[in-house]
Design a protein around this ligand. Structure first.
Ligand code: G
Ligand code: G
Ligand code: MN
Ligand code: NA
Length: 250
Protein backbone atom coordinates (compact mmCIF):
# COMPACT_ATOMS: atom_id res chain seq x y z
CA UNK A 1 0.00 0.00 0.00
CA UNK A 2 0.92 3.67 -0.25
CA UNK A 3 1.13 4.00 3.52
CA UNK A 4 3.40 1.00 3.85
CA UNK A 5 5.76 2.24 1.12
CA UNK A 6 5.85 5.73 2.61
CA UNK A 7 6.72 4.28 6.02
CA UNK A 8 9.43 2.02 4.61
CA UNK A 9 10.93 5.04 2.83
CA UNK A 10 10.69 7.18 5.96
CA UNK A 11 12.61 4.57 7.96
CA UNK A 12 15.37 4.41 5.35
CA UNK A 13 15.50 8.21 5.08
CA UNK A 14 15.55 8.44 8.89
CA UNK A 15 12.40 10.58 8.94
CA UNK A 16 10.50 8.85 11.73
CA UNK A 17 11.07 10.95 14.82
CA UNK A 18 10.96 10.33 18.56
CA UNK A 19 9.30 12.60 21.10
CA UNK A 20 9.67 12.42 24.86
CA UNK A 21 7.15 12.76 27.67
CA UNK A 22 8.31 13.34 31.27
CA UNK A 23 7.59 10.82 34.01
CA UNK A 24 7.81 12.51 37.41
CA UNK A 25 8.31 11.44 41.01
CA UNK A 26 4.94 12.47 42.46
CA UNK A 27 6.39 13.23 45.89
CA UNK A 28 9.04 15.67 44.69
CA UNK A 29 7.48 16.45 41.30
CA UNK A 30 10.98 16.12 39.85
CA UNK A 31 11.46 14.46 36.47
CA UNK A 32 12.58 10.84 36.89
CA UNK A 33 12.70 9.86 33.23
CA UNK A 34 11.01 10.14 29.86
CA UNK A 35 8.86 7.86 27.73
CA UNK A 36 9.90 7.78 24.06
CA UNK A 37 6.96 8.08 21.65
CA UNK A 38 7.30 7.62 17.90
CA UNK A 39 6.15 10.49 15.69
CA UNK A 40 5.87 10.53 11.91
CA UNK A 41 4.67 13.25 9.58
CA UNK A 42 4.68 12.30 5.91
CA UNK A 43 4.84 15.21 3.41
CA UNK A 44 1.86 13.80 1.46
CA UNK A 45 -0.10 11.80 4.04
CA UNK A 46 0.37 14.26 6.90
CA UNK A 47 0.58 13.16 10.54
CA UNK A 48 0.18 9.43 11.01
CA UNK A 49 -0.35 8.10 14.54
CA UNK A 50 1.95 5.40 15.92
CA UNK A 51 -1.29 3.59 16.82
CA UNK A 52 -1.59 3.15 13.03
CA UNK A 53 1.99 2.74 11.78
CA UNK A 54 3.37 0.54 14.58
CA UNK A 55 0.75 -2.19 13.94
CA UNK A 56 1.32 -1.78 10.19
CA UNK A 57 5.07 -2.36 10.59
CA UNK A 58 4.32 -5.39 12.77
CA UNK A 59 1.90 -6.84 10.22
CA UNK A 60 4.21 -6.26 7.26
CA UNK A 61 7.25 -7.66 9.08
CA UNK A 62 9.46 -4.60 9.47
CA UNK A 63 8.86 -3.69 13.10
CA UNK A 64 12.49 -4.56 13.90
CA UNK A 65 13.77 -1.98 11.42
CA UNK A 66 11.35 0.66 12.73
CA UNK A 67 12.06 -0.08 16.36
CA UNK A 68 15.82 -0.12 15.83
CA UNK A 69 15.72 3.42 14.37
CA UNK A 70 13.51 4.66 17.18
CA UNK A 71 15.53 3.09 20.00
CA UNK A 72 18.81 4.28 18.53
CA UNK A 73 17.51 7.86 18.27
CA UNK A 74 15.93 7.75 21.72
CA UNK A 75 19.09 6.36 23.32
CA UNK A 76 21.29 8.95 21.60
CA UNK A 77 19.04 11.69 22.98
CA UNK A 78 19.01 10.18 26.48
CA UNK A 79 22.81 10.49 26.60
CA UNK A 80 22.35 14.27 26.66
CA UNK A 81 20.17 14.22 29.79
CA UNK A 82 21.39 14.19 33.38
CA UNK A 83 22.73 10.71 34.01
CA UNK A 84 20.16 9.48 36.49
CA UNK A 85 17.13 9.99 34.23
CA UNK A 86 15.72 6.84 32.66
CA UNK A 87 14.48 6.22 29.15
CA UNK A 88 11.24 4.28 28.81
CA UNK A 89 10.69 2.66 25.41
CA UNK A 90 7.62 0.77 24.13
CA UNK A 91 8.12 -2.75 22.82
CA UNK A 92 5.46 -4.06 20.44
CA UNK A 93 3.78 -7.45 20.78
CA UNK A 94 5.54 -8.81 17.69
CA UNK A 95 8.89 -8.03 19.30
CA UNK A 96 7.90 -10.03 22.38
CA UNK A 97 7.33 -13.08 20.19
CA UNK A 98 10.77 -12.85 18.59
CA UNK A 99 13.54 -14.49 20.68
CA UNK A 100 16.21 -12.26 19.10
CA UNK A 101 14.65 -9.08 20.57
CA UNK A 102 16.69 -9.10 23.78
CA UNK A 103 20.02 -9.38 21.94
CA UNK A 104 18.91 -6.75 19.41
CA UNK A 105 17.89 -4.24 22.08
CA UNK A 106 21.11 -4.74 24.07
CA UNK A 107 23.23 -4.41 20.91
CA UNK A 108 21.58 -1.10 20.00
CA UNK A 109 22.03 0.57 23.38
CA UNK A 110 25.53 -0.87 23.69
CA UNK A 111 26.48 0.66 20.34
CA UNK A 112 25.07 4.03 21.39
CA UNK A 113 26.65 3.78 24.84
CA UNK A 114 23.52 3.94 26.99
CA UNK A 115 23.78 2.13 30.32
CA UNK A 116 21.18 -0.70 30.31
CA UNK A 117 20.24 0.33 33.85
CA UNK A 118 18.86 3.57 32.42
CA UNK A 119 16.55 1.72 30.03
CA UNK A 120 13.01 0.62 30.78
CA UNK A 121 10.89 -1.32 28.33
CA UNK A 122 7.11 -0.98 28.34
CA UNK A 123 5.18 -4.08 27.42
CA UNK A 124 1.45 -4.77 27.45
CA UNK A 125 -0.44 -7.71 28.83
CA UNK A 126 -1.73 -8.63 25.40
CA UNK A 127 1.85 -8.91 24.19
CA UNK A 128 2.85 -11.15 27.09
CA UNK A 129 -0.14 -13.41 26.51
CA UNK A 130 0.57 -14.27 22.90
CA UNK A 131 3.57 -16.48 23.65
CA UNK A 132 4.28 -16.32 27.35
CA UNK A 133 7.33 -18.59 27.23
CA UNK A 134 9.18 -16.56 24.62
CA UNK A 135 8.18 -13.27 26.27
CA UNK A 136 9.40 -14.60 29.62
CA UNK A 137 12.76 -15.57 28.13
CA UNK A 138 13.22 -12.14 26.49
CA UNK A 139 12.34 -10.35 29.71
CA UNK A 140 14.66 -12.55 31.79
CA UNK A 141 17.60 -11.84 29.47
CA UNK A 142 16.95 -8.11 29.47
CA UNK A 143 16.56 -7.91 33.26
CA UNK A 144 19.78 -9.89 33.72
CA UNK A 145 21.50 -7.07 31.80
CA UNK A 146 19.96 -4.45 34.11
CA UNK A 147 17.05 -3.30 31.91
CA UNK A 148 13.78 -2.73 33.79
CA UNK A 149 10.38 -3.86 32.55
CA UNK A 150 7.10 -1.93 32.92
CA UNK A 151 3.64 -3.34 32.44
CA UNK A 152 1.88 -0.70 30.31
CA UNK A 153 -1.85 0.14 30.27
CA UNK A 154 -2.48 -1.87 33.43
CA UNK A 155 -6.08 -2.43 34.43
CA UNK A 156 -7.66 -2.50 31.01
CA UNK A 157 -7.91 -5.23 28.43
CA UNK A 158 -6.76 -8.69 29.38
CA UNK A 159 -5.72 -7.91 32.95
CA UNK A 160 -4.77 -10.91 34.97
CA UNK A 161 -3.38 -10.64 38.48
CA UNK A 162 -1.72 -14.01 37.96
CA UNK A 163 0.52 -12.30 35.44
CA UNK A 164 1.85 -9.97 38.14
CA UNK A 165 2.74 -13.02 40.21
CA UNK A 166 4.32 -15.11 37.48
CA UNK A 167 6.01 -12.48 35.41
CA UNK A 168 9.04 -10.44 36.46
CA UNK A 169 8.03 -6.78 36.16
CA UNK A 170 9.65 -3.82 37.86
CA UNK A 171 6.91 -1.28 37.33
CA UNK A 172 3.20 -1.03 36.63
CA UNK A 173 1.70 1.81 34.58
CA UNK A 174 -1.92 2.38 35.58
CA UNK A 175 -4.00 3.07 32.49
CA UNK A 176 -5.23 6.62 32.06
CA UNK A 177 -8.83 5.35 31.90
CA UNK A 178 -8.66 5.15 35.73
CA UNK A 179 -6.78 8.39 36.22
CA UNK A 180 -9.18 10.42 34.08
CA UNK A 181 -12.06 9.38 36.35
CA UNK A 182 -10.27 9.39 39.68
CA UNK A 183 -11.70 12.70 40.89
CA UNK A 184 -15.33 12.20 39.85
CA UNK A 185 -15.72 8.48 40.33
CA UNK A 186 -15.29 6.71 43.68
CA UNK A 187 -14.94 3.31 42.02
CA UNK A 188 -11.93 4.45 40.01
CA UNK A 189 -10.37 5.91 43.15
CA UNK A 190 -10.80 2.62 45.01
CA UNK A 191 -9.36 0.64 42.12
CA UNK A 192 -6.26 2.84 41.89
CA UNK A 193 -5.87 2.70 45.68
CA UNK A 194 -5.97 -1.11 45.55
CA UNK A 195 -3.47 -1.26 42.68
CA UNK A 196 -1.07 0.95 44.66
CA UNK A 197 -1.41 -1.20 47.79
CA UNK A 198 -0.92 -4.38 45.80
CA UNK A 199 2.14 -3.02 44.04
CA UNK A 200 3.64 -1.86 47.34
CA UNK A 201 3.34 -5.43 48.61
CA UNK A 202 4.82 -6.86 45.43
CA UNK A 203 7.61 -4.25 45.49
CA UNK A 204 6.60 -2.89 42.12
CA UNK A 205 6.80 0.80 41.29
CA UNK A 206 3.56 2.45 40.17
CA UNK A 207 3.16 5.12 37.50
CA UNK A 208 -0.21 6.82 37.02
CA UNK A 209 -0.68 7.67 33.33
CA UNK A 210 -2.66 10.50 31.78
CA UNK A 211 -2.60 13.04 34.64
CA UNK A 212 -4.15 16.13 33.09
CA UNK A 213 -4.77 18.51 35.99
CA UNK A 214 -3.79 19.48 39.54
CA UNK A 215 -6.75 17.77 41.20
CA UNK A 216 -5.86 14.42 39.65
CA UNK A 217 -2.23 14.95 40.68
CA UNK A 218 -3.06 15.76 44.31
CA UNK A 219 -5.52 12.88 44.54
CA UNK A 220 -2.79 10.48 43.40
CA UNK A 221 -0.25 12.07 45.74
CA UNK A 222 -2.73 11.54 48.58
CA UNK A 223 -3.04 7.87 47.63
CA UNK A 224 0.74 7.52 47.82
CA UNK A 225 1.26 6.85 44.13
CA UNK A 226 5.00 6.97 43.43
CA UNK A 227 5.16 8.31 39.90
CA UNK A 228 3.04 10.14 37.38
CA UNK A 229 2.89 11.06 33.73
CA UNK A 230 0.50 13.17 31.69
CA UNK A 231 -0.18 16.51 30.04
CA UNK A 232 -0.22 18.21 33.46
CA UNK A 233 3.50 17.50 33.83
CA UNK A 234 4.36 17.71 30.16
CA UNK A 235 3.18 16.71 26.71
CA UNK A 236 5.40 14.62 24.45
CA UNK A 237 7.95 17.01 22.95
CA UNK A 238 10.88 16.74 20.53
CA UNK A 239 14.46 16.22 21.68
CA UNK A 240 15.42 19.91 21.57
CA UNK A 241 12.33 21.07 23.48
CA UNK A 242 12.93 18.31 26.02
CA UNK A 243 16.48 19.53 26.64
CA UNK A 244 15.18 23.07 27.10
CA UNK A 245 12.55 21.77 29.56
CA UNK A 246 15.29 20.00 31.53
CA UNK A 247 17.47 23.10 31.55
CA UNK A 248 14.59 25.04 33.14
CA UNK A 249 13.88 22.33 35.71
CA UNK A 250 17.45 21.77 36.86
O1 G B 1 1.75 8.77 21.44
P1 G B 1 0.42 8.18 21.11
O2 G B 1 -0.69 8.27 22.12
O3 G B 1 -0.07 8.68 19.78
O4 G B 1 0.72 6.60 20.91
C1 G B 1 -0.23 5.74 20.44
C2 G B 1 0.21 4.33 20.71
O5 G B 1 1.44 4.03 20.00
C3 G B 1 0.48 4.05 22.19
O6 G B 1 -0.12 2.82 22.53
C4 G B 1 1.97 3.92 22.27
O7 G B 1 2.37 2.99 23.26
C5 G B 1 2.34 3.42 20.88
N1 G B 1 3.72 3.81 20.56
C6 G B 1 4.24 5.06 20.50
N2 G B 1 5.55 5.01 20.20
C7 G B 1 5.87 3.71 20.07
C8 G B 1 7.09 3.01 19.79
O8 G B 1 8.17 3.59 19.62
N3 G B 1 7.03 1.64 19.72
C9 G B 1 5.86 0.96 19.94
N4 G B 1 5.90 -0.35 19.87
N5 G B 1 4.71 1.59 20.23
C10 G B 1 4.71 2.94 20.30
O1 G C 1 -0.12 3.02 25.30
P1 G C 1 0.78 4.05 25.93
O2 G C 1 0.51 4.24 27.36
O3 G C 1 2.23 3.84 25.63
O4 G C 1 0.38 5.41 25.21
C1 G C 1 0.92 6.62 25.61
C2 G C 1 0.09 7.68 24.92
O5 G C 1 -0.70 8.42 25.83
C3 G C 1 0.96 8.64 24.17
O6 G C 1 0.60 8.61 22.85
C4 G C 1 0.63 9.99 24.73
O7 G C 1 0.52 10.94 23.68
C5 G C 1 -0.71 9.77 25.41
N1 G C 1 -0.82 10.62 26.60
C6 G C 1 0.16 10.93 27.46
N2 G C 1 -0.29 11.74 28.45
C7 G C 1 -1.59 11.94 28.20
C8 G C 1 -2.61 12.70 28.88
O8 G C 1 -2.39 13.34 29.92
N3 G C 1 -3.85 12.67 28.33
C9 G C 1 -4.12 11.95 27.20
N4 G C 1 -5.36 12.01 26.74
N5 G C 1 -3.20 11.24 26.54
C10 G C 1 -1.93 11.22 27.03
MN1 MN D 1 3.63 3.42 27.05
NA1 NA E 1 -0.10 3.23 28.74
Amino acid sequence: TQLEQALRNAIIADEVDVHFQPIVNLKTEMVAGFEALARWCDPDLGYVSPAVFVPLAEERGFIDALSETLLRKAAETALQWPKELFLSFNLSSAQLMDPSTSANVLAIINRVGLDPRRLELEITETAVMTDADVAQKIVTELRAAGVRISLDDFGTGQSSLGRLRDFAFDKVKVDRAFVSRIVADRASEHIVKAIIAMCDGLELEVVAEGIENASEASKLQGLGCGMGQGYFYGKPADAVTTLRYLAEKY
